[in-house]
Design a protein around this ligand. Structure first.
Ligand code: A4P
Ligand code: MG
Length: 183
């Protein structure tokens, strides 16, 4: 099995910028992953009952030669390698890598739900995905992502933090699309 995945990337511990970059580099370095597109980075307010620092978030779009389950295991290895402490749910994290979409797949299994079950309620996931593809439709609910974003109030703050040149995460080495490429 193979497919195109949107990966949500987030960090709010230590050097969040470097953590996101290193995490994405590790993903692209995997022989089963091919770079497709990368959103800007955004500074976002924590969506959490736990008081914590702002996050940096972005979305990375890749082609993955393997199953969604294999992608999840691999992303968890990358999180662990970068010092992720799973102590507090919704708590601060060095690096969080979530599978947001995998093609148009709708999947409910123990330990893996696709699309990510909360992405449509969260600006930090919606805005980066919509930057890559403004026409994205939620495969489970059949609704354009842009509609979910319009319905969210002002409580969640999100501000552009900057663009990462695609070669900073090694996509040039993978020999693929230029920055912002793909859709
Ligand atoms: N899991 C199920 N489906 C998926 C999927 N599609 N992708 C399971 C990734 N993981 C998935 O996740 C818990 C379990 O979810 C995993 O074992 C996996 O089997 P986790 O990463 O270990 O723990 P977590 O991230 O603390 O919990 P959870 O429920 O994934 O939290 P969320 O929903 O990911 O929220 N605010 C801002 N501004 N920016 C953020 O990035 N992140 C969170 C985490 C909360 N608030 C945030 C941010
Ligand atoms: Mg998570």
């Amino acid at each position: 099995m193979a497919g195109v995945a949107y990966i949500g990337v987030g960090s709010n511990v230590g050097d969040a910028f470097e953590n996101c970059l290193q995490g994405m580099r590790a993903v692209i370095d995997n022989e089963r992953a091919t770079f497709v597109a990368l959103s800007s980075l955004y500074r976002t307010s924590p969506v959490s009952p736990v008081v914590q620092s702002d996050f940096l978030n972005c979305a990375l779009k890749i082609a993955w030669r393997g199953t969604p389950r294999e992608l999840l295991s691999f992303l968890q290895e990358v999180e662990a390698a970068l010092g992720r402490d799973r102590g507090v749910r919704f708590g601060p994290r060095t690096l969080d890598l979530d599978i947001l979409f995998f093609d148009d797949l709708v999947l409910d299994t123990p330990g893996l739900t696709i699309p990510h079950p909360r992405l449509h309620q969260r600006k930090f996931a919606l805005v980066p995905c919509l930057e890559i593809d403004p026409g994205l439709v939620h495969p489970r609910f059949g609704r354009p992502l842009a509609e979910y974003l319009r319905e969210l109030g002002d409580e969640q703050k999100i501000a552009p933090f900057g663009k990462v040149p695609a070669d900073r995460i090694g996509s040039a080495k993978a020999g693929d699309a230029p920055e912002g490429g793909g859709g």
